[in-house]
Design a protein around this ligand. Sequence first.
Ligand code: ZN
Length: 358
Amino acid sequence: MEGSEILLEELSNALGPSGFENSVREIVKREMLAIGCNIEIDGLGSVVGRTPGTDDGPKIMLAAHMDEVGLLVKYVTDQGYVKFETLGGWLDQAIINQRWVIMTKGGPIVGITGIKTPHVMNAEARGKVFAKADMFIDVGARDRQDVIDNYGIVPGDPIAPQSMFSKLNASGMYLGKAWDDRAGVWVMLEALKRLVNVRSLNLYGVATVQEEVGLRGAGTSGTMVSPQIAINIESGVAGDYPGITQDEAQEKVGNGPGLFLHDSSMLPNLKLRDFVVETAEELDIPLQFNVLSGYGQDGAAIQKTGTGVPVVNITVPTRYLHSHNSVVSGSDLDGAVRLITGMVQELNENKVQEIIGF
Ligand SMILES: [Zn+2]
């Protein structure tokens, strides 16, 4: 991979459920400051980094969200088990029997969503999916008082999946949690690094918060930046493994970055869509398309800021989203960086006027 693998690992491992993105925010700030960006934070915690360019150039916004799906402490039972609420969209069967980190004020507490042993279950019960409402997290406490006295867990504490980054053998793929959307955050930061010395740009890299609970940071940071054009960078939905069909998702891991043509939250600006396709052809970057019926992304909130902004959603195809273990490919990550860098370099005043006009 051309970009920083260490940064990719760090972003995947960082704990940052929606609304509790602090550790990711610190990484993003560090990376932006290192290349000379000017940083502001919006009222919800999104990081808005501006490269040292010119006020005169077209105002372009690159966005990716820092948060990941997680849980939140609801209450502790008398027996000392932690009951939880979900943050973002989870399948019940992806929650059970996994390791978690409860992010308390006093530090991390590891826990497990315990699963009933099959030894005591009849055939019918064994075939059933466990319901989220019946689940709990076991932190090893004796009872509720033990949790209060010795674990420091209080209602409202965020809970993140525990799952460590690794390479997926020699495939050029990476296995880890939170590719949605740390893959996008990585692409945004790597693109900024390549564009930071282009002085003719008025370029903002934005790491948003709370995407998984309703595109909240994209609305506030989009209002703050007020861009002429925005490129949202997301993890795409790969449809290349058994049990998922081309009708459901069209991207394949390793076949290049994706361009969303439809999702339930946004239609892309068509001139901007064409510009993505042209740029990919010129730079010889393989490009995939995706048309999904159930998927929302920050671009939808940015698109509606001000009087309306042309936006596209460019993706890194990802397998097994919203779980402890997802898969992305280094070549797709690099392709997305090259595509976005190439597009931004071509976005002069004339090109921008051509795109935003009707
Ligand atoms: Zn996402």
